[in-house]
Design a protein around this ligand. Structure first.
Ligand code: FES
Length: 529
């Protein structure tokens, strides 16, 4: 069959077959012991744990719960986080690397126990996880990782084959990991949380935090939450608190497709370590076994036509498994820290009432659950073996310093390059559904012509720190290469750290051009009743 399609709205599969409760937005000032911002796996699990411990907890979500990174995951529950243990041993030693593994397996154990305890029907299935290489250089890396497993006593098998039609030079299996349906699992935790008296407010965007005797979270619609502890579980922290998180993480996008394959479905979960990256796992949809195939990881806003990535995955899936039916396709954004270990704990060394969890790379299921365990330990003042390792205020000279310099050098390059870029395209040449960086009155601008033919023109200066955003054709968003902010085609913030929309350009009037002008103009627009 011809499985190729024109632009398809990216929709993750997980929401399609899950009935999630909905919640009102917060319309008046309120208070709680703990306020949590972000309704993904970390926020919901933390909320559940703290409510179970007797705390009064409020959870705020800017959109709908489970619609962010958690809703777009591959949902592999594993301590096999690509290549990591060899690197951790090299940089931090065997003891720290072992702690990382133990922390992941603790989170795994908690999830399995919770599934059994509440009999959650979330397709929890034990399967092996496997990393594989396709080059000789990659095979050496897999061997190094295997040696790290042996030092850390991680059960693993080294082989040189895969149970599907793909050439490999080496593969490393971690036994008895799991896959599941993340939304079915988390909707059960949402039910437990609300039964325990916890409150959830959706479409309530936390915009700022004021620190005093009590903490005060401000929201976009004017209401406030007063609390003793504020916890940011919002992917990119909604409040930076001088932690400079935007300079200590980088954002990557990746793509996923759900297919019914023509060939036999292999059991297990697979990730390639060579380029182009590929990820494969089985799942169920409407009672049928299907495959999730993905990869094509790249830094956010790298300027490549993003539809290309979906096409590449589709071609790979067709070649390797055959495609009987293409069911869904979607993409995700993940944040990676300087040393690849998530930031979980007090936002700065001196502030232990504002806690954050972020930078899970692509491994949000165990990292998110682990974060919830550590965050609730902080609030309940319980000691943990793992606090030190994940503390956001850690800063090791190597590899953090190298990564810090390289990340911030990249930002500086984008800042300059974006401004100098010569643009020839004109907005009037756009077809319906097309977006592009164009020239408008001699300046760089972002143009998108919607399906009704209406032209949306924006200043492409990112409102976070002034880099130039690029068009993402697959998602119809404007993405910033510097720190991963994303904006809808008409300029609204989809993903931070930016918290101001892109400046719209009126087709009839001259527009303010400088970054400061844009900030000022946005502030004026916000101040208007
Ligand atoms: Fe920082 Fe755009 S996200 S400049």
């Amino acid at each position: 069959m011809d499985h190729k399609q024109e632009w398809t709205r990216p929709e993750p599969m997980w929401r399609e077959d899950t009935d999630l409760p909905t919640f009102d937005s917060l319309e008046e000032n309120t208070s709680a012991d703990v306020a949590i911002v972000g309704g993904g796996i970390t926020g919901i699990t933390t909320a559940y744990l703290l409510a179970k411990a007797g705390k009064q907890v409020i959870l705020l979500e800017a959109d709908r719960i489970l619609n962010g990174t958690t809703g777009h995951t591959t949902a592999k529950v594993t301590a096999q986080h690509g290549l990591i243990y060899h690197e951790l041993i090299k940089h931090f030693g065997v003891e720290t690397a072992s702690l990382y593994y133990q922390a992941q397996m603790n989170a795994f154990g908690f999830m399995e126990e919770t599934v059994n305890k509440y009999n959650i029907q979330c397709d929890w299935t034990k399967e092996d996880a496997c990393i594989f290489s396709t080059t000789e250089k990659g095979a050496q890396k897999v061997t190094n990782e295997y040696e790290a497993y042996q030092k850390l006593e991680i059960p693993g098998d080294l082989t040189d084959s895969l149970p599907f039609d793909m050439e490999t030079t080496s593969s490393l299996v971690m036994k008895d990991q799991a896959r599941f349906h993340p939304l079915k699992y988390l909707s059960a935790l949402v039910d437990r949380f609300t039964e325990l008296g916890g409150q959830i407010f959706e479409e309530t965007k936390a915009t700022d935090l004021k620190e005093g005797d009590q903490l005060e979270i401000e929201t976009g619609n004017g209401s406030k939450v007063t609390c003793q502890y504020a916890i940011s579980c919002s992917h990119f922290p909604f409040y930076d608190g001088k932690g400079f998180y935007f300079s200590r993480m980088y954002a990557e996008r990746s793509y996923l497709m759900a297919i019914e394959p023509e060939r036999e479905i292999p059991q297990g979960m697979y990730v390639s370590i060579d380029e182009p990256k590929r990820t494969i796992r089985t799942a169920e949809y409407n009672g049928k076994p299907i495959l999730l195939v993905g990869g094509e990881n790249h830094k956010t806003g790298d300027g490549i036509d993003t539809s290309f990535h979906y096409r590449a995955i589709e071609e790979f899936a067709a070649q390797t498994f055959g495609i009987k039916e293409k069911l869904f396709q979607w993409s995700a954004q993940d944040l990676t820290t300087l040393d690849k270990v998530p930031y979980i704990g007090p936002i700065t060394r001196k502030n232990d009432r504002v806690l954050i969890a972020t930078g899970f790379r692509k491994w949000g299921m165990t990292n998110g659950t682990l974060a919830a365990q550590l965050l609730s330990d902080y609030v309940l003042k319980e000691e943990s073996l793992f606090h030190e390792l994940f503390k956001p205020s850690r800063f090791k000279a190597d590899p953090s310093m190298k990564q810090f310099l390289s990340q911030n050098f990249d930002v500086a390059v984008h800042l300059v390059e974006g401004k100098l870029e010569l643009v020839a395209d004109r907005p009037e040449r756009l077809k319906k559904g097309e977006g592009k960086v164009v020239q408008w009155r001699g300046e760089r601008a972002g143009a998108f012509k919607d399906d009704h033919g209406e032209l949306h023109l924006l200043d492409t200066t990112c409102t976070h720190m002034g880099c130039e955003v690029d068009w993402n054709s697959a998602e119809r968003t404007w993405d910033c290469p510097c720190h991963g902010s994303r904006f809808s085609y008409d300029g609204k913030v989809v993903e931070g750290p930016a918290d101001q929309p892109l400046m719209r350009i009126s087709l009839d009037e001259p527009t303010p051009r400088s970054y400061l002008d844009i900030k000022k103009s946005n502030e004026e627009q916000q101040d208007q009743p």
